[in-house]
Design a protein around this ligand. Sequence first.
Ligand code: ATP
Length: 197
Amino acid sequence: MLKIGLTGGIGSGKSIVGKAFEMMGIPIYVADVEAKRLMASDFGVRDLLISRFGRQVYDSNFNLNRKLLAEIVFHDETSLKDINAIVHPAVREDFSRWCEQFVEKPYVIQESAIIFDSGLYKSFDKIITVTAEEELRIGRVVKRDAASREQIIERMKNQLPESVRLERADFVIYNNADLILPQIIQIDKQIRSLIKK
Ligand code: ATP
């Protein structure tokens, strides 16, 4: 069973592409969703976050105080590194465990915006990058998140340049006016052919 990474900048269409693969029977692990789940409910992650940031990052019912955590990160850049150092290894382990149930599948996909930033790409057999024109991405996210153009541009600035994601990809899906399904079917075929070799 191959492990495939699916990445792309904000608003590129990772989630839509991931859903299409899922509809074709490929298991998808959405790293962002699972990271949030682990922060909310994994005892190991919780203990590490409390020892780094204090008991107040969880309320009395052990619900994560996301607002407080966001404030801490806003005022102290190194705290984001510390959160990542706690959460990324937990996601890595959780993904490995999750994969075990799919050994019969030809491949599984992990969707993550930060595959190249986190050094995680080394643990995947192949990487798919989803790309689209910057203006199109901005427009789609403004509509999806009811956010301002400036907010989206700010979020984009914090991500890796598009050229890096494209250079390092084994497969690229163009989500401009192009139809994504034929591209996905083609990539699925190519990945399956790797298994037969
Ligand atoms: P993020 O990193 O912000 O989560 P993403 O890469 O997962 O973004 P999506 O959520 O899949 O991107 O797509 C962004 C928005 O654009 C969504 O509202 C989605 O429905 C829309 N969208 C994606 N692709 C297309 C398309 N080809 N045509 C029209 N709308 C699209």
